[in-house]
Design a protein around this ligand. Sequence first.
Ligand code: TYD
Ligand code: MG
Length: 451
Amino acid sequence: MKQTTSFTCTVCGAAYRKWAGKCDACGGWNTIVEEAPLSTGPKSLGAKGRPIPLSDLATEEAPPPRASSGIAELDRVLGGGLVPASAILVGGDPGIGKSTLLLQAAASFARKGLKCLYISGEEASAQVRMRAQRLGLTDAPVGLGAETNLRDILTTLDAERPALAIIDSIQTMWLDSVEAAPGSVSQVRAAAHELVSFAKRRGVAVILVGHVTKEGQIAGPRVVEHMVDTVLYFEGERGHQFRILRAVKNRFGPADEIGVFEMTGGGLAEVPNPSALFLANRDQPAPGSAVFSGIEGTRPVLTEIQALVAPSTLASPRRTVVGLDSGRVSTILAVLEARCGIPFAGLDVFLNVAGGLRVNEPAADLAVAGALLSAREDVAIPPDMVLFGEISLSGALRPVGQTENRLKEASKLGFSQATVPSRSKIEGASGLTVRQMPDLTAFVGEMFGAG
Ligand code: TYD
Ligand code: MG
């Protein structure tokens, strides 16, 4: 069999078929080295290995015991608490509040009797202590370290054997066996690999912090996503006080679960009822506003979708979309135009989800269409109405999952009407007046006159 060797840039991790003096990816000179192939497999089938013990699918195993942090929104996103020996990545923009969240989490775990170490590679211990003071956490027995050398960190973890180690951030860590700058793809990958395999071997849960980077100089958290059990992203607009912790991958719980926090002067506060928060300040009926009853992870969350439609002076009018998929919005505009005869040509369209939440569900289609039509026709949707339903390309409305949960949440928050697709399962009476629509044309006729 022909052996394939590969060449890798030691700085950025780009792979090449043959050696070159300059790396095209990062522009570094003399950084490409030959790498031994990872594994060549057994030389011949005659060579015997050890047989591995096998079990069958029916083997009963207890679910992993979980440690609760006492921060309910964090536990929810983790899938019900921290799983021992798991590896978790927490990504997010710089300054969004990752260090704050994890220091609060460490303190909370520590107060519950879990041994916690917080290793900061970005801040001096004094800085971390200052933050702890500001957050009122100085009494929590958290072990604090300021170090970037992974060999020293692993030696410390091995000696201390904490239940949880927080590494803030993975981009500052470096291994002396890898000849590349800290923050480069190869360092970040190697450091994450060492930490994750240490976690599994020694039964220590690790949380890695990763900054989302805009440029290619520093490796982003994406390069280690595949190595960890759970990937959480901390999102939010810097100007807004709301922060959303979202699980995008979780081997121990549902993905797409969100935890909602509010950044206050005293750190992050939990928001146990996000619907009320996202719908705040809605007393006057206003054109261009529609309330969507959505599902985030396992719970219903109500959000307000806002639209503004204005005459455009541009040859190709603006389509500015925040918090929604812009491809999806273009589709809805096209369906409105082609199936209902409502043109948006020559009109600028601005769409926004209030509060800084991102809505990815197709179920939001009807609320988006409602907000767009309401803005265009200057007719307000009744402020006590929620909308949800998927719009197909034919203009038909399709029922979506968890209809009852969506209606129940709306009823709980004082809404009294709902507009949903025909054939939705609405048996469980929720006290709402539910209107069922077969297609978008019927919806337009009912809500906005002839359209
Ligand atoms: P930080 O946790 O340092 O962000 P990251 O680790 O993601 O880079 O948070 C920094 C921001 O949070 C900073 O702009 C100040 C703000 N903040 C508060 O508003 N209140 C607080 O109690 C704390 C500690 C920080
Ligand atoms: Mg930080």
